[in-house]
Write a protein that binds this ligand. Structure first.
Ligand code: SF4
Ligand code: SF4
Length: 160
């Protein structure tokens, strides 16, 4: 199984679940999609290949590497076909933290504070099916060496 296979499995698990049962974008006008030309969503290992010919976004190099591999960002125009959104968008506002005992824990992404109105209400505000699907998707990624190193790098860089 390649890193991209693991990413595709995780994307499939996160294709339908949403942070709330309804459309949470109505609460905030889709705030997490309102970046600018300088911001983008971090792509998982191999995921950039899915956007080699993309009408709604472009891939740009990040100024840092994660898990020993150069980071890549998908910079979009604020709208996309839902079935084509990258994995980072599917996980938002969740994040995977590594714990001292070698385990992992799904938590709110601290970067979502100030962007996502759900962040102020804690994990309890999120749909349980969304959190469960994220746990399963992260487990798929953790089963791949490259993706695991990427997630560990992400935690080192952006965890708290
Ligand atoms: S910012 Fe939060 S509430 Fe708004 S669309 Fe994104 S995930 Fe949903
Ligand atoms: S890729 Fe799609 S879901 Fe992700 S930020 Fe851009 S418009 Fe939003």
């Amino acid at each position: 199984m390649s890193a991209l296979d693991a990413v595709l499995s995780a994307r499939a698990l996160m294709a339908a679940p949403t942070p709330l049962k309804g459309d949470c974008g109505r609460l905030c006008g889709g705030a997490c999609c309102a970046g600018d030309a300088q911001t983008g969503m971090l792509l998982f290992p191999g995921e950039e290949r899915l956007y080699a010919r993309c009408a709604f976004a472009r891939v740009v190099p990040a100024r840092f590497s994660l898990g020993g591999a150069p980071g890549r960002l998908l910079v979009c125009q604020g709208r996309c076909p839902r079935e084509e959104r990258p994995l980072a968008c599917r996980f938002f506002p969740l994040f995977l933290r590594f714990t001292p005992d070698g385990g992992t824990r799904v938590m709110l992404d601290r970067r979502s504070t100030g962007v996502c109105p759900l962040a102020g209400y804690g994990m309890e505000a999120l749909a349980p099916g969304f959190v469960q699907a994220a746990r399963e998707a992260y487990d798929k990624l953790l089963g791949d060496t490259e993706c695991r190193a990427f997630l560990a790098g992400l935690d080192e860089e952006f965890g708290f």
